[in-house]
Write a protein that binds this ligand. Sequence first.
Ligand SMILES: C[S@@+](CC[C@H](N)C(=O)[O-])C[C@H]1O[C@@H](n2cnc3c(N)ncnc32)[C@H](O)[C@@H]1O
Length: 411
Amino acid sequence: MPASRASHAVGAHRYIPGVMPETAATLETVEEPSIADQSSHVPSQNGMSRSNEHVAIPAARQSGNGRSISVPEIALDVSRRELVGDARSIPLADCSVDLVATSPPYWRKRDYGVRDQIGQEATPQEYVKAMLECLSEWRRVLRPTGSVFLNIGDTFHNRRLAGIPARVEAAAADDGWIIRNRIIWAKESGMPDPAKNRLASRHEYVIHLVISHDYYYDLYGYSQFIGNGANPGDVWHINPRRHMGDHLAPFPTEIAERAIRLACPRRVCAACGAPRRRIVERTRELDPSRPQARRAMELAEAAELSDAHIAAIQATGVSDAGKALRVQNGTGRNTARVKELAAEAKLALGGYFREFTFPRRVTAGWTSCRCKKRTEPGLVLDPFMGTGTTLDTALSLDRSAVGIDLVLPDA
Ligand SMILES: C[S@@+](CC[C@H](N)C(=O)[O-])C[C@H]1O[C@@H](n2cnc3c(N)ncnc32)[C@H](O)[C@@H]1O
């Protein structure tokens, strides 16, 4: 059977994470524009600020199968700004930020000794009110495709757990935020705890909030980074930083890195702000370390199955009938030709056909938008900047960053 026909027939072969299939089909793959314009899009500010430019070194630009691909190119235009200000009043334009990644002061933990500080409120309710004011300001500066990753811990007060993360999460949901994940940051070690009648607290939360279901998300890129399969979990085992320096509560670089890799685009359109989303394609390669996968590949080779056959299996999935019609995306909507190819392939492979439904995937390119204008780095905001962990991490990942704090750390 000629391979050429069917690879065309199987449209579901390509997908864009975070985009509904119908939308994905209308987006095109483009070479990422070279960066002619070096100017930063962070608006200039009044008041105290620090900024410096950063030049990143280009990474290797090849897909797993050796093809060259369109990827966001060398980020020469990333910028870093540190501003004195209040997390409830951000001196940035509406819809200009891609990701807020931050760790606010926890309730009744540390007194930073500055006016307008958050964290020393008399009651959990007042603390939640302050956090809601922050969230509402961050919603203003976020693009519709943006996210908030909020690292927040709980407090024992008067021998009771205050339930702060749950209160903040519930109040945010009531205020219209969409909660996408409640990630547990699990710590193997921690400060000694004197309590004799309860367990030591060894976890915090990282709450992922969005304002629209069309938020940017790069699960594929994150999975590649984490390296444990296509469905990474919501428990992050990360130990607190050992060297805390002068600051009382720096948070680990790895939390910022995970949030940025997941939810801050490398490049966005400088005109409309649309993120460049990764286009992922399935290959016909399987994981050779699994005996079942090796057997499936042997059978496919013996039966001379074409790429079209494999693509047809992937399009129809585990089943193209019965309950799958209700629970499986795209099931039952394949053409008669695709169904015929899938049936042939399934006959040749027996039960091993399932192996080809989770093949290796590769980055095939990045989406574009109608503007056809230059792109710029995605922008990360940390409104409780502290020592600037988030900003450092953002720059190391070719994203621009703005940090805000009531007090700037010593330069
Ligand atoms: C938990 S620390 C942030 C730690 C930071 N993620 C790091 O790695 O260093 C909280 C920071 O929030 C700042 N802060 C407290 N209230 C604030 C407010 N209303 N607006 C902006 N920053 C505030 C404090 O000065 C402190 O630096």
